[in-house]
Design a protein around this ligand. Sequence first.
Ligand code: 5GP
Ligand code: ZN
Length: 107
Amino acid sequence: MTDCIFCKIVAGQIPANKIYEDDDVLAFHDIRPIAPVHFMLIPKQHVDSLAHCGPEHEAVLGKMLTLAPKLAREQGLEAGFKTGINTGRGGGQEVFHLHVHVFGHKN
Ligand code: 5GP
Ligand code: ZN
């Protein structure tokens, strides 16, 4: 997706404050945080939203969700955190590349 901002971050074409990367998943801080700690996990392969996921996305969805508490702890959210997946215009989604928000306050 040439016009997708998160694909451009995956490709290194625009900068991001990355906190985790493997073959399938990238995590980076949100540019407009709504909490003292606010990062996002995204699949490296473009998919518009949760509503566009199928069985072929089960592995990467599971990977993102199991990484979330590990990365949250590393970012200082030992006491807990919130997650969010905005889906579609009605769900407040602004960037149409699937992402899981993780945010909270350090202890
Ligand atoms: P959505 O409403 O789609 O769930 O959230 C999209 C999020 O992406 C917003 O919280 C917004 O601040 C963040 N965002 C948009 N553009 C960029 C960007 O270029 N870099 C980073 N790091 N975050 C972005
Ligand atoms: Zn994309």
